[in-house]
Write a protein that binds this ligand. Structure first.
Ligand code: 0O2
Length: 233
């Protein structure tokens, strides 16, 4: 997995203030891409293993699907500027220390309760460091957005060093992901701006989907109780 819009030459066009050579810039970009891409692979594998073992023990897979992405180099620099980092292209170490979602992974679970099961199992692992948690499931954003955001650092072993690489994990139920994907698409189509009436309607959809999440979970527990095969779960 590599940065989109990857070439130093192209970035140099957009960011002519870079003080090093094109080769140095390319090398720095390659390093970031390798490190964060590798961290995403590690985390993906960890989630896969937990999911397989959970299935073996409980005949149930809580994870519906997983999506990974590396932030584009352009949006990394834009975000660093928004964070107030001065001259980010020439201070990449500061950028890497401050921007924690260069590598992002979205874990779409079936039910809301699966979010806490999966995040709990992952955070129990001794080589993972928790950096921060924001629970937008329990405290949704004003927009209606719900998701559990967990920032962790995960070890990546390179040829001659070990690096702890921060990643942002967004745990969502299918319903939460449906809303966030469609809302993002609508917002993106409208250049990031949605009028108040549309925002209200979207917030109402988010509330209804939260109720559906709760109802589906309730139905699930009724089914589990009546089904001997799942009695141990
Ligand atoms: P992308 O491409 O999705 O990564 P910061 O990350 O510094 O902006 P903070 O407080 O850490 O600030 O961010 P927050 O709000 O905890 O999480 C930001 C990410 O959550 C966003 O990433 C979205 O993925 C998602 N998100 C947050 N609010 C909403 C929302 O109202 N609607 C939708 N659809 N997604 C939301 P980015 O950076 O926007 O981009």
């Amino acid at each position: 997995m590599a940065f989109r819009y990857y070439s130093a030459e192209r970035i140099r066009d957009k960011m002519p203030t870079y003080k090093g050579t094109d080769e140095e810039l390319q090398d720095a970009i390659d390093d970031i891409s390798l490190l964060y891409g590798s961290a995403l692979k590690e985390l993906d594998t960890k989630l896969d293993i937990i999911s397989d073992d959970f299935d073996k023990k409980h005949s149930y897979m809580p994870i519906h699907h997983v999506q990974k992405r590396l932030k584009s180099f352009d949006s990394l620099i834009d975000k660093a500027e928004r964070y107030g980092i001065e001259d980010p292209i020439n201070n990449l170490d500061t950028v890497l220390a401050e921007v924690l979602d260069i590598g992002g992974i979205r874990v779409i679970c079936n039910y809301e309760e699966d979010i806490y099961t999966m995040s709990g199992l992952l955070l129990e692992q001794s080589d993972i460091e928790l950096i921060r948690i924001k629970d937008y499931c329990k405290n949704p954003k004003e927009s209606g957005y719900r998701s559990l955001h967990v920032v962790v650092a995960i070890p990546v072993y390179l040829v001659n060093r070990k690096a702890m690489v921060p990643l942002e994990i967004q745990f969502r139920s299918i319903a939460m992901d449906t809303w966030a994907s469609l809302e993002h698409e609508l917002r993106y189509k409208n250049k990031g701006v949605l009028n108040e009436e549309i925002q209200d309607q979207l917030a109402e959809c988010a509330r209804q989907l939260a109720q559906i999440d709760e109802k589906m979970s309730h139905i699930r527990h009724q089914v589990l109780k009546s089904d001997n095969e799942y009695a141990d779960y």
